[in-house]
Design a protein around this ligand. Structure first.
Ligand SMILES: Nc1ncnc2c1ncn2[C@@H]1O[C@H](COP(=O)(O)OP(=O)(O)O)[C@@H](O)[C@H]1O
Ligand SMILES: [Mg+2]
Length: 319
C-alpha cells in the first residue's frame, strides 16, 4: 500500500476559472514530494482540497487511503498544514494556539501542552511561547506556522510556499527542520516556486500548470532532459563558430570570445568535439560543461504548456 496521497482526475471550478483541471498524482509514504508551478497553477487549491477547505468539483482525493470528503476526519487528522497565508488566532499566546490546535485533533490537554512545547523547541521559538502571534517578527511567524503544522505529529506534512519571502538563513533553518522530519519518516508535500528549493530537497517533483500535471520525475531526471552547454576556450578564437554535424548538437555559437556548443548529450559529446576542433586546427585551452538547471527546464515546460494564456505569468514568478 503506502500511498500518502492519491488523486485522480481532480477538478475544481471557481465560476469560469478551472483551478484544477483533471489533476492526477500519487505521493508515496515517506516521500519528499514537490509541487512546482507558476502562480495560479492550482497548487493551493489542490492542498485546500486535501485538507477539506475546498470541495472538489469532480474526481477523487485520498490521504493514506481515506477519502478527503467521506472520511474527512481520518484524512484530516493525518495532515499537518503550514498554509501559504497566515491564518492564526492573533490574540492568544502562541503556546495556547498550539494547544488548541492539538485539541482540535483530539489530543488531550496534557499531551497537547507537551507537544506544543516540543514543536516550539523544534522550530526554535520556545522562549517566545507566551507571546502573541502579532508580536512575532516575520521570520518567527514562519517558524510558528511550521510549529503549528507539527503539533499534531502528522504523518503527512504539507507546506505551501513555506519559505516565500524569508531570508537565506531562515530558509536553510527551515530546510534542515523539514529534512529531519522527512528522515524520521514523515511524508512531505511542498509547494514552491523557488526552484532551487525543489532541486535540493525533493525526491520527486510534479510540475503543474493550469490545474494539470505537466510532468513528474526526480529533479535529476528533469535536468537531464534539458540541454547542456559545453563552453570551450580556444587559443585563437574565430569570430564565427565552427559547425559540427553530428547528433546531439543543438547549437554552436561564439559568446565573448568562447565557443559554446549547446547539446542534448552532455559530456558524452566532448571527445568528438575535441577531435573535430583539433582537426580544424584549433587549440583548446580549457573546457567546462554547464548542466541545464531545473529552473531552465521548468521555464521551458511551463512556457510551452501555457502558451494559450499565462506564459508571462509563468516567467514572472521564477526567480
Ligand atoms: N476562492 C477562489 N475564488 C475564485 N478563484 C480562485 C479562488 N482561489 C483560487 N482561485 C483561482 O484559481 C486558480 C488557482 O489558484 P491557486 O490554487 O491559488 O494557485 P497557486 O497556489 O498555484 O498559485 C487561480 O486562477 C486563482 O485566481
Ligand atoms: Mg498558492
Amino acid at each position: 500500500m503506502a500511498e500518502a496521497i492519491r488523486v485522480r482526475d481532480l477538478r475544481k471550478n471557481y465560476g469560469d476559472v478551472q483551478a484544477l483541471d483533471g489533476l492526477s498524482l500519487t505521493v508515496e509514504e515517506g516521500e519528499f514530494f514537490g509541487l512546482l508551478g507558476p502562480n495560479g497553477a492550482g497548487k493551493t487549491t489542490f492542498i485546500n482540497v486535501l485538507v477539506g477547505l475546498v470541495r472538489e468539483t469532480g474526481g477523487e482525493a485520498e490521504v493514506f487511503g481515506f477519502d478527503v470528503e467521506t472520511d474527512y476526519r481520518e484524512a484530516r487528522d493525518r495532515i499537518g498544514l503550514a498554509p501559504q497565508e497566515f491564518n492564526v488566532d492573533r490574540f492568544f499566546p502562541i503556546r495556547e494556539v498550539l494547544c488548541h490546535k492539538a485539541g482540535y485533533h483530539g489530543i488531550d490537554h496534557e499531551e497537547a501542552q507537551r507537544r506544543a512545547d516540543e514543536a516550539l523547541k523544534t522550530v526554535g521559538i520556545y522562549e517566545k511561547r507566551d507571546t502573541r502571534f502579532d508580536w512575532l517578527s516575520g521570520g518567527m511567524k514562519r517558524r510558528f506556522m511550521l510549529a503549528r503544522a507539527l503539533v499534531s505529529d502528522p504523518e503527512l506534512l504539507i507546506l505551501d510556499e513555506p519559505t516565500a519571502g524569508v531570508d537565506v538563513q531562515l530558509r536553510h533553518d527551515l530546510w534542515d527542520i523539514i529534512n529531519r522530519m522527512n528522515d524520521e519518516g514523515t511524508t512531505i508535500l511542498l509547494t514552491t516556486h523557488y526552484i532551487e528549493e525543489a532541486e535540493r530537497l525533493c525526491d520527486r517533483v510534479a510540475i503543474v500548470d493550469s490545474g494539470r500535471k505537466v510532468e513528474v520525475a526526480s529533479p535529476d531526471e528533469l535536468m537531464s532532459r534539458g540541454t547542456d552547454t559545453v563552453d570551450v576556450g580556444l587559443a585563437d578564437p574565430p569570430t564565427v563558430a565552427p559547425t559540427f554535424d553530428y547528433d546531439g548538437v543543438v547549437e554552436s555559437r561564439m559568446a565573448e570570445g568562447r565557443l559554446e556548443v549547446v547539446t542534448s548529450r552532455g559530456g558524452a559529446l566532448v571527445p568528438d568535439l575535441l577531435r573535430d576542433l583539433e582537426a580544424m586546427g584549433h587549440e583548446v585551452t580549457d573546457l567546462d560543461i554547464r548542466r541545464a538547471s531545473l529552473e531552465e527546464v521548468f521555464v521551458d515546460m511551463t512556457r510551452t504548456d501555457s502558451s494559450v494564456g499565462g506564459s508571462s505569468e509563468a516567467e514572472e514568478v521564477v526567480q
